[in-house]
Design a protein around this ligand. Structure first.
Ligand SMILES: Cc1ncc(C[n+]2csc(CCOP(=O)(O)OP(=O)(O)O)c2C)c(N)n1
Ligand code: SF4
Length: 275
């Protein structure tokens, strides 16, 4: 799995003219782009029939670096644009990169309804628990007590759990990992890309410039270690629950993997193109 070097990934898939990236040193976003390209390589997906769609944010800059068709759209609207692309040409693979703010705040409604319709998209949400691009404001994913530039005394709002939201609304594929789990992340992105219908992969990722600095979390490496220590695999979590215990750790792993007819197939049937 993924025996391709980083050099070859760069040569094969990236727009060298766009380098250097805007990402700060230690930011996890570049890693998530790498995981996605490795999944595409492993599955031998044709990049020329793949469209990357994003909104606005540091994480939404990813499509600009990939040498493929892409749409860098409006803040929060990536999933709406991606739905249009997929319905106009169902033969395309459509992959959305979205921040936790882009996906869960301004774009929250599009997220919910694309899942409800089960549009055949793969949505990769890079969750750094904060608005990175605009200066570290509170996001709907910011944990209680965390400091941001707009909650200098600590956040008092309950956060959204994007993966659990996707699960309860009925997405047929949902997985959550962190940038400290590259192999698992690549494997889940591969499963997501092969799943007909709405697939969601959330990747918890360090933003050392804002979330890390404001919460005194140390270096990017310290933050990556913290991501590993503050999460628990779903299998272990279920065992702990079955024993009558509980934990504050965030659950990671493959949370849903089921089959459900997607919107495009239903639409073709409605139009009489399928029986
Ligand atoms: C309609 C609109 N509202 C607000 C903004 C300002 N804005 C740009 S990016 C962003 C949030 C970015 O946070 P997130 O989506 O989590 O991505 P990150 O930068 O952390 O990767 C905001 C509020 C905008 N560009 N457009
Ligand atoms: S501000 Fe945060 S999310 Fe944005 S590039 Fe820098 S480290 Fe990454």
């Amino acid at each position: 799995m993924s025996f391709i070097s980083n050099k070859k990934i760069i040569e094969k898939y990236l727009r060298k003219g766009m380098f250097p990236t805007i990402f700060c040193t230690g930011c996890g976003i570049g890693g998530v782009m790498n995981f996605t390209l490795r999944a595409i390589y492993d599955l031998n997906i044709d990049i020329d029939t793949t469209v990357f769609v994003s909104g606005i944010g540091c994480s939404s800059r990813v499509p600009g670096y990939i040498d493929s068709d892409g749409l860098h759209t409006l803040h929060g609207r990536a999933i709406a644009y991606a739905t249009g692309v997929k319905l106009a040409n169902p033969n395309l693979n459509v992959i959305v990169f979205t921040g936790d703010g882009d996906c869960g705040a301004i774009g929250g409604n599009h997220f919910l309804h694309a899942i409800r319709r089960n549009v055949d998209l793969t949505v990769i949400s890079i969750n750094n628990f904060i608005y990175g691009m605009t200066g570290g404001q509170v996001a709907p994913t910011t944990p209680i007590k965390s400091k941001t530039s707009t909650t200098p005394y600590g956040n008092i709002e309950y956060p959204f759990d994007l993966s659990i939201l996707a699960k309860v609304i009925g997405a047929p594929y949902v997985a959550r990992w962190t940038t400290a789990h590259p192999g698992q992340c690549i494997s889940s992105i591969k499963n997501a890309l092969q799943k007909p219908g709405f697939s969601f992969v959330e990747v918890l990722s360090p933003c050392p410039t804002f979330y890390g600095r404001l919460n005194k979390m140390g270096t990017a490496l310290d933050m990556t270690k913290h991501l590993k220590e503050s999460t628990i695999n779903v299998k272990l979590y279920e065992k702990i629950l079955a024993e009558g215990n509980t934990t504050d750790k965030m659950v990671i792993g493959e949370l849903v993997n089921t089959d459900k007819e997607d919107f495009g197939t239903k639409y073709k049937r409605f139009c009489g193109e399928l029986k």
